[in-house]
Design a protein around this ligand. Structure first.
Ligand SMILES: [Ca+2]
Length: 569
């Protein structure tokens, strides 16, 4: 930028501020936007821009302006490491006048490609649709993770990093994104959306109850909204499955729970659930659409039927295996039997055969890979470090080899105390930092905000029963009218965000646009099976239905076509 232009921007900005208006009224070039941002438009933060460069169109991206930088660069007082909220924003030259902020995943700490909208692939990216898109790492860099002190959750030693991961970074980055849009395009976005799944789904929930003024549409997929608490599941899994593998240990001497069930064992349970519940929805199609009817009372007799009467064989489960599965499905409780976190509903998506291959998604979280010599259940490798390092106060810096033992020895009676505790340095608890389960959406609703939630009925990472309970509570508080602004779409058979014997490809962003911009509420969302081989067919579509409605077969028509189904209670 030449000096006269810079002077003009600063001078006109000062004049506008003096008049009480916006600092900028004209669009800037990409490079000028980077320079302008040096004035740091977000109160209470510092900002350093590291890139502001025009990008030519490629096969995957339209021509756009790329802005990268870091907010709040600092050195952590506890570990001496560099912390910052690093961000990346892409602003397309052909702008649709909208803003999209995708959420993170897992422990965050990385920058995604800023194309949006989220983990469900196969649709035109938000950037290619004309959205300005910003992503960020939520305040810590996964590249600095220390395997000896918490691994991916090492940042939990730092109080500010806990706060930024918990809630603050999403607030300041949303503000920054809008400021960059105002500078580059010369006007505010007409509509702003947040879309995330899993950890990103939790962040999405934050935008409906904690920061309700930033977005007028929110997509919250498989929301890990009670992450300070739901880590208790990892301890339940480790402790229960350990009883099934006497004498089998990993390289650290821990019980090797990957061996607790063979792939064939998992498929036996999946088949038992189908036998119990597939036809209850009026059509035997390998999917359980009427989830509420698939109760313990219906399923347990089918589990009894696959229980070995004698020795364990490939065609039956031991009584201990059946008992253990029932225990973990019921969810984590205290020793007094008080439910800490939701259990899981019965859905055949815990398994599923795509040709001769068992669907590994569910067991990858709960058990790990059967053939593995190490414990690789994601509930151990990811949940344990987060549990110990971020959601326990003071943090417990586990080395990688200690993850399993921590969960195996964890006393769930202490969980709420750990998650609620503060110290003179850790001045806010993990629940205060990151719990996103509030059903107070008053302001979001008043603003005209619309919320679309979705979750797989066989999600092993986040309990669908929790999401259902959350929506029911909201609906009760809204006198039965929550659907006017918040709708939950259950996906039969789907695992964490995608996968499984399911119609797991669907476009929630278009549904949200229709709702927010055209007032057309989603009565159903068309979904396509990514892997129709689970059903032995070439293709399958279904309508996803707003809970508590579900997809009923019309009685006639191709059972692989969504048009043969109707959403109703
Ligand atoms: Ca069915």
């Amino acid at each position: 930028m030449n000096s006269s232009r810079l002077f003009f921007i600063i001078a006109s900005g000062l004049m506008a501020v003096a008049c009480g208006g916006d600092a900028l009224s004209a669009s800037l070039s990409c490079a000028e936007t980077g320079t302008y941002l040096g004035s740091n438009p977000v109160a209470g933060t510092t900002l350093r821009v590291t890139a502001a460069t025009a990008q030519v169109a490629s096969s995957t991206m339209p021509s756009h302006c790329l802005i990268e930088g870091a907010m709040d660069e600092r050195i952590g007082p506890m570990d001496g490491k560099a912390y910052a909220i690093k961000f990346r924003m892409r602003l397309p030259n052909e702008w649709n006048q909208k803003f999209l902020m995708p959420g993170g995943g897992g422990a965050n700490g990385t920058l995604s490609d800023a194309t949006g909208p989220g983990p469900i692939a196969g649709f035109t990216s938000a950037l290619a649709r004309g959205y300005a898109v910003i992503v960020h790492d939520s305040g810590h860099d996964a590249a600095l993770a220390d395997p000896a002190k918490g691994g991916v959750a090492s940042f939990g030693i730092d109080q500010q990093a806990r706060v930024d991961f918990g809630h603050r970074s999403y607030d300041v980055v949303a503000q920054l994104g809008k400021s960059i849009i105002k500078a580059f395009y010369g006007k505010k976005p007409v509509h702003s959306y947040f879309s995330g799944c899993s950890e990103g789904g939790r962040e999405a929930m934050m935008m409906t109850n904690r920061f309700p003024d930033h977005f007028d549409g929110v997509i919250s997929g498989c929301p890990a909204m009670s992450t300070p608490i739901h880590q208790a599941y990892a301890s339940l899994l480790a402790q229960t499955f350990s009883t099934l593998v006497p004498g089998q240990v990993d390289q650290y001497g821990n019980p090797l729970i990957v061996k607790a069930y063979t792939d064939e064992d998992i498929q036996l349970i999946s088949s038992a659930i189908l036998q119990a519940c597939d036809a209850q929805d009026g059509l035997s199609d390998g999917m359980v659409n009427n989830l509420a009817a698939c109760t313990d009372a219906v399923v347990f007799p089918k589990l009894t039927a696959i229980t070995c009467s004698g020795d364990k064989t490939a065609s039956c489960l031991s009584a201990a295996q059946v008992s253990a599965w029932k225990t973990v499905m019921a969810g984590p409780k205290t020793s007094a039997g008080v439910q800490i976190y939701s259990g899981n509903p019965w859905d055949p998506g815990i398994g599923g055969m795509n040709g001769i291959a068992l669907n590994q998604n569910f067991r990858s979280w709960w058990l790990g890979t059967y053939s593995s010599a190490t414990n690789n259940a994601i509930k151990v490798t990811l949940s344990a470090p987060l549990h110990a390092m971020v959601h326990t106060t003071p943090p417990v810096p586990l080395s990688v080899d200690q993850n399993f033992a921590w969960e195996l020895g964890f006393n769930r009676d202490e969980l709420m105390a750990y998650a609620s505790r503060t110290t003179p340095y850790y001045v806010s608890s993990s629940i205060q930092n990151g719990l996103a389960t509030s059903t107070d959406l008053t302001r979001f609703k008043q603003n005209g905000g619309k919320l679309i939630q979705y979750i797989g009925q066989a999600d092993p990472a986040v309990s669908p029963s929790e999401t259902i309970a959350w929506w029911n509570k909201l609906n009760s508080e809204q006198a039965g009218a929550a659907a006017s602004f918040a709708r939950l779409f259950l996906v039969p058979g789907m695992n964490h965000g995608s996968g499984g014997p399911a119609t797991d490809k669907f476009d929630t962003l278009t549904a949200l646009e229709d709702w927010v911009e055209r007032g057309v509420a989603p009565e159903s969302i068309l979904a396509t099976a990514v892997n129709p081989g689970f059903f032995g067919v070439a293709s399958r579509t279904r309508p996803l239905c707003p809970y508590p409605t579900w997809a009923h077969y019309n009685g006639t028509g191709d059972i692989n076509l969504a048009s043969s189904f109707t959403c109703r209670p």
